[in-house]
Design a protein around this ligand. Sequence first.
Ligand code: B12
Length: 236
Amino acid sequence: MAAPMPDMTGEGTTLQKLVAEVLRRINDADRDGASRLVDQWAAVHGYGDAIAEILEPVLRTVGDRWEREAISLAQGFVAGKVAEDILNKALAAAPKGVFGEVKGPVVIGNIEDDYHSLGRGMVGTFLRAAGWAVIDMGNDVSPAEFVDRAVETGARVIGVSAMMFVTARGIRGVRDELDRRGLSGRIMLAVGGAVFKVRPELVAEVGGDGTAGSAMDAPVLFKSLWERSLDAGGEQ
Ligand code: B12
């Protein structure tokens, strides 16, 4: 049976209580109940504010708990799905992007032999909600495929995800391919995934131009890399 809806409009109700209730439902694996709470609040305040005021604190808490191994993968998965639900509704409500005009395109994917799609999926969702046109190439993408697609579409940023040490090292191939075709600087390389959080030195080792520790921080990274590409000049 669905959890009853608490009255979130009454006196004394704070955003913190709402955030806590959304977290409680995520812990109970109640995806629909958590999404409904956010929807109810967004109906009054809009999805842009719902993302900033509710979703972001919820996901930061989930991220902290995940790093402390205080939640299960299933609970993390539900949190990711709630984020996807909210961001997709935000996108439907504001097709040009919640935060402005459509930007990009950018290319994302998991490097060759890497099938950890959850994190990459969240990065794509957050980028789309921030107004980026995202070409998601999926799992197991070779360096040449990444660069070919960026060239075909005029993308100035390639975002490569890897969860394992052994696969992350394969990202070096994307840098080598960009160098070989004289595209480094014009096409920027964003890298990410849990392995980069535990071994930050890997970013430089694989030739990454930048990284972000969470999907929420990806739009800021992609914007700065896009601007660096424009500063470097040249047609793409
Ligand atoms: C779920 C999971 C799986 C699932 C993946 C399901 C899916 N569809 O994604 C399955 C079961 C398929 C799987 C398989 C394997 N896995 Co696994 N897996 C995990 C686990 C438990 C969680 C990963 C996850 O989804 N995290 C949640 C997401 C949301 O977080 P995230 O990926 O970090 O992404 C966030 C940020 O990093 C960032 N981000 C991510 N990508 C990008 C990209 C850019 C450009 C930017 C800017 C940011 C960014 O934004 C995201 C959202 O905030 C981890 C353990 C762990 N604690 O991390 C092991 C783990 C990654 N797996 C591991 C291993 C070894 C394997 C297998 C080899 C197991 C086996 N023996 O078969 C296979 C390999 C499959 C393959 N070739 O890819 C090891 C890797 C060891 C290492 N460091 O080298 C880990 C660390 C487990 C362990 N402790 O041993 N796995």
